[in-house]
Design a protein around this ligand. Structure first.
Ligand code: 1OR
Length: 300
């Protein structure tokens, strides 16, 4: 039944995509292919999927001042920048519109949020120069872009991480764009106390243990365990200190990681966000050491 429904779906998709295909020259097809190469929405698509997405794109000429998307409207199209510059404005509660972002590179894409989540347009996008866009309509977008997509999976992982909970979906999207995945073996030392650190990590799979050297005895003391959706490595980035603890994988682990620059760029002031979460983490460490002390006493 599973197989059958996949077949039916792909037949449907083929029909939908053919129906929505827009004529374009080979040169245009190649150019769009170049543009979308580095866009995360297309990252994990096969060549065939990309080709059908491109075939549905329609050229739109814009002039400076054109409002491409209006906040609050229903979403109808998704856009890819071919040329020109575009400001993203978000209206706050007081009705003041703030420019939050400018798209100026070919291959930048916008207008996907309302199509993916069925919500009104989250921002207004205005052309600030003349230029050209490629647009895909909602039906074609859903049929070629909404396949099980690793970019989307990544966002759902990031959404579960405590420090990232205050972030909006567009911010998570931008963050997911600069995250890399790392696999480590059991017993691998991921960060080492005393070293300088440039990366923050999120646990996607597996478990790690945090240890600190006891100043008097020199023995490694277990501080806490880290598991799925926990993060670590943030302190060295926040306070420009050396790594304050060692983190070792106790199973095979899958980690998501990004460097300080990318993280700060996307989520703004790293310190503010993490400081909020620090309190709950500290109380967790305290609970754990109390437990350890009790356990030792029992043994004695
Ligand atoms: P849409 O379909 O909602 C507006 O139509 C588009 O602007 C939206 O999809 C995104 O593609 C794009 N918040 C909301 N929309 C944004 C944002 C944004 N940035 C780009 N778009 N930001 C949050 C501002 C509080 C900026 C995040 C870096």
């Amino acid at each position: 039944a599973e197989r059958r429904s996949t077949e039916v779906n792909s037949a449907m998709d083929k029909f939908v995509l053919e129906e929505h295909a827009k004529p374009k020259t080979e040169e245009e097809t190649a150019r769009i292919g170049q543009h979308i190469q580095s866009n995360f929405l297309f990252l994990h698509m096969t060549a065939k999927q990309k080709a059908s997405a491109i075939s549905c794109m329609e050229k739109i000429d814009v002039s400076a001042g054109d409002v491409i998307i209006k906040q609050g409207d229903a979403g109808d199209k998704f856009y890819i920048v071919d040329s020109g510059t575009y400001d993203v404005g978000v209206r706050n509660e007081d009705g003041v519109v703030m420019t939050v972002l400018t798209y100026e590179n070919p291959g930048s894409a916008f207008g996907e949020l309302s199509l993916m989540y069925g919500k009104p347009r989250a921002a207004t996008v205005t052309a600030t120069s003349g230029g050209q866009l490629w647009a895909i309509n909602r039906i074609a977008f859903r049929s070629c872009m909404m396949k099980r997509n690793t970019a989307m999976d990544l966002i759902s992982i990031l959404k579960k991480v405590d420090i990232l909970k205050p972030l909006t979906i567009p911010q998570l999207q931008r963050l997911s764009d600069c995250m890399a995945e790392e696999t480590r073996e059991e017993n691998d030392v991921v960060i080492k106390q005393g070293e300088t650190g440039e990366r923050i990590y999120i646990v996607e799979e597996g478990e790690l243990i945090v240890t600190q050297k006891d100043e008097d005895s020199g023995a490694e003391r277990e501080m806490m365990k880290l598991k799925k959706n926990d993060y670590f490595g943030e302190r060295a980035l926040m306070y420009n200190e050396e790594r304050s603890a060692t983190v070792v994988a106790c199973t095979e682990v899958k980690l998501l990681t990004c460097n300080r620059q990318a993280f700060e760029e996307v989520v703004g002031d790293l310190k503010l966000i993490i400081a909020k979460d620090q309190k709950s983490r500290e109380s967790r460490i305290q609970r754990m050491s109390t437990y350890r002390v009790n356990a030792n006493i029992e043994k004695v």
